[in-house]
Design a protein around this ligand. Structure first.
Ligand SMILES: [Zn+2]
Ligand SMILES: [Zn+2]
Length: 177
């Protein structure tokens, strides 16, 4: 009985292209060509997802915001010839050669992208003189007064955790079109 009921198995077909399946594992129901194609698409998709994730990573967003915010600070401090005056030493240079100086250091996240904390200055003051704080402080005291400066310093001490969404909004705000 068993032998008479046994039927020769029907040829199975690839569910994508309809080709007869020869060697491919039946569990996938795909021929080798379609299986490879599917694997390739999966790989590309996962690569694209990884890339997108990376572009949205907090460190990437912070970097991009630093970049566009710095351009904003330097450009908005420049005169109509595109020249800025260093807030610390008074030297003058094209805004492209200037730097974005943070009164509260960049590590203080609450004021890192605060326009009241950031001013255009020269590389000598910002880098070689470590921010040239005596001159920077004098400049802000003359401009805004002691009460204002104390408040700025206090704001710098506040902890701030930035959400990717907030960073993206600021990038959009400061991106020059
Ligand atoms: Zn196929
Ligand atoms: Zn300077």
């Amino acid at each position: 009985m068993l032998t008479t009921n046994f039927k020769k198995p029907k040829a199975k077909h690839c569910k994508t292209c309809g080709d007869v399946l020869k060697t491919m594992a039946v569990s996938t129901k795909l021929c080798i060509r379609c299986f490879r194609q599917m694997a390739k698409e999966k790989r590309l998709l996962s690569l694209a997802r990884k890339k997108e994730k990376k572009a949205n990573s907090p460190s990437k967003l912070r970097k991009e915001l630093d970049r566009v915010f710095s351009i904003h600070i330097r450009k908005s401090s420049a005169d109509k010839m595109g020249v800025i005056t260093c807030v610390c030493c008074g030297s003058r240079m094209a805004w492209q050669l200037a730097q974005n100086m943070h009164y509260n250091g960049r590590a203080k996240m609450n004021t890192r992208w605060d326009e009241e904390n950031c001013y255009a200055g020269c590389m000598r003051c910002n880098v070689f003189l470590n921010g040239n704080y005596p001159a920077f402080t004098r400049y802000l005291l003359d401009l805004k007064g002691e009460k204002w400066l104390k408040e700025l310093i206090r704001r710098g001490e506040q902890v701030r955790k930035w959400k990717p969404e907030d960073l993206k909004n600021l990038i959009e705000k400061y991106t020059v079109i």
